[in-house]
Design a protein around this ligand. Structure first.
Ligand code: C5P
Length: 229
């Protein structure tokens, strides 16, 4: 049997630069597929709300997962479109509300299991860049390269505020900071797939690094693993 397509995983809490790193990797590996696993959790939470389900009922939420008709992006790399049942929902998916709801349903093992195969289905030739919380520890344990990003909560709140205001969402930095800490706590302490680096992940603290400096480290890593020349 031929080897499965290579995977690069990018894990870490929100506002840590996963989007920036993922985009940089997609430029380095044209034609590779991308999995934004957080978006799957966000979409499932939104769909459950719309269906009038109780988000505290994980069995009902999980049962919805296989029925979701999700479509990411178009043909171009920077097409950020996300469609659910044919309807564009990218703005709702990226909202702070959806992030909070996602982190609530994500604590349930039955919900995580329901999304597992869906995530693995993204692994197709020539390769995959997958970002989230447990890409390296659970979903793609055999990934060729595992990156785990960290940054101080203050820096992450600042970055998130910038992203959200670019989308026209008005947020108070203090509220955002509190929400980020609460979400981190939930993600780190949950019983299944907690937010921790895989033993073989390379950790990069991005607090005081600019994108070019982050990529200096990543490119070096990709070269040592033979993925980049
Ligand atoms: O990365 P993003 O902010 O879109 O993720 C939203 C929430 O979904 C996270 O706070 C986390 O609780 C959950 N999530 C997860 N596992 C992943 C990706 C996201 O539990 N692989």
């Amino acid at each position: 049997m031929s080897a499965p397509p290579p995977v690069i995983t990018v894990d870490g809490p929100s506002g840590v630069g996963k989007g920036m790193v993922t985009r940089g990797l997609m430029q380095r590996f044209p034609g590779w597929h991308r999995l934004d696993s957080g978006a799957l959790y966000r979409i499932l939470a939104l769909a459950a709300m719309r269906a009038g389900l109780d988000l505290g009922d994980p069995d009902a939420v999980a049962a919805l997962a296989p029925r979701l008709d999700i479509h990411f992006g178009g043909s171009s790399e920077d097409d950020e479109s996300i469609r659910l049942d044919g309807v564009e929902i990218v703005d709702q998916v990226r909202s702070e509300t959806a992030g909070g709801l996602a982190s609530k349903i994500a604590t349930a093992p039955v919900v995580r299991d329901a999304l597992l195969q869906r995530q693995r289905d993204f692994r197709q030739a020539p390769g995959l860049v997958a970002d989230g919380r447990d890409m390296g520890t659970v979903v793609f344990t055999d990934a060729a390269v595992k990156i785990f990003l960290t940054a101080s909560p203050e820096e992450r709140a600042r970055r998130r505020a910038k992203q959200l205001s670019a989308r026209g969402e008005v947020v108070r930095l203090a509220d955002l900071s509190a929400e980020i800490r609460a979400r981190d706590e939930r993600d780190r302490t949950r019983a299944v797939a907690p937010l921790v680096p895989a033993p073989d992940a390379i950790e990069i603290d991005t607090s005081s690094l600019n994108p070019a400096q982050v990529f200096e480290r990543i490119d070096e890593l990709l070269k040592t693993r033979g993925l980049l020349r």
